[in-house]
Design a protein around this ligand. Structure first.
Ligand code: 5GP
Ligand code: MG
Length: 185
């Protein structure tokens, strides 16, 4: 796989973003909410680098596609969510691609009455946005390629890679061979 961001580059970028977040919320308490599952690796690093008192939670969002719509309604699993009313909240996701997931999740979270709500993403893909919106904190802008590693998956694999890689057609062919071999009885 072609490495797009090394382990060291990721570490530097996440440290930079953590410092910006610490400055932004100085003397306040933060409620930080990670979107499952892509943000888990970023969350683990980020929460240890942010120098603030904080509460930590996760949230799952799923899109259900209806028969007549191409993009289904986004449903968030609020049972998993911390109480965010009257709190300063930061929503964290792995990647800002078209922007729909983050923007719709933020809209749903506003219904729970946070004092403020901002967003942070590890990656923003260039030229892909379909929504007029900018996340408050972005660690890296990347070219329009499908990426895996550092939390991001292809068919639920590769999230554990410590670097960020672009998945190319040869990698996908190799992935299919490995999966076929692994699932044979
Ligand atoms: P959006 O709603 O912004 O189009 O998509 C955001 C979601 O799509 C991300 O949370 C992620 O799950 C998925 N996604 C978008 N681009 C990529 C990519 O390059 N690699 C991986 N692994 N997931 C992506
Ligand atoms: Mg995701």
């Amino acid at each position: 796989m072609k490495t797009l961001l090394s382990k060291e580059e990721l570490h530097d970028g996440v440290t930079r973003m953590a410092d910006e977040i610490s400055k932004c919320y100085e003397n306040r308490q933060l409620t930080i909410v990670g979107l499952l599952t892509g943000s888990v690796v970023l969350m683990a690093d980020l929460i240890r680098m942010i120098d603030l008192p904080m509460r930590v939670g996760v949230l799952q969002a799923s899109s259900y596609r209806g028969a007549t719509t191409t993009r289904g309604e986004l449903v968030i699993n609020s049972e998993l969510m911390l109480d965010i009313s009257g709190r300063d909240v930061l929503l964290v996701d792995d990647i800002f691609d078209t922007g729909h997931t983050l923007v719709r999740t933020l809209e749903k979270m506003r219904d729970f009455g946070p004092t403020s709500i901002k967003s942070a993403v590890l990656l923003r893909k260039n030229g892909r946005q379909e929504i007029e919106f900018t996340p408050d904190f972005v660690a890296f802008d990347i070219p329009d390629e499908f990426v895996v590693g550092y939390g991001l998956d292809y068919e639920d694999m590769y999230r554990n890679l410590p670097f960020l890689a672009a998945l190319e057609p040869a990698d996908i062919a190799r992935h299919k061979e490995v999966m076929a071999a692994a699932t044979q009885l």
